[in-house]
Design a protein around this ligand. Structure first.
Ligand code: F3S
Length: 79
């Protein structure tokens, strides 16, 4: 699986990621993107199937502010 989260400090709510990978990215009340896959709540700890990796990569490549983080291991966040 892959793991992803969005850095809301740099996201400018452009809306591209949710259009590219709607099963993974949605938006909060301010329009900032967050990972919603499998209840992840933007923690970057829920495994996203490898067959969705193309969508993840497209979303990552399409983000104008490089706010989408993707890794092979779960992210460990302080919050
Ligand atoms: Fe934000 Fe980038 Fe998505 S700016 S809305 S994370 S494409």
């Amino acid at each position: 699986g892959k793991y992803s989260w969005v850095d809301k400090d740099t996201c400018i709510a452009c809306g591209a990621c949710g259009a590219t990978a709607p099963d993974v990215y949605d938006y909060d009340d301010e329009g900032l993107a967050e990972v919603i896959y499998d209840g992840d709540a933007n923690r970057g700890i829920m495994a996203i199937p490898d067959d969705m990796y193309d969508d993840l990569q497209d979303a990552c490549d399409g983000c104008p502010t490089d706010s989408i983080k993707i890794a092979d291991e779960p992210f460990a966040q302080s919050e």
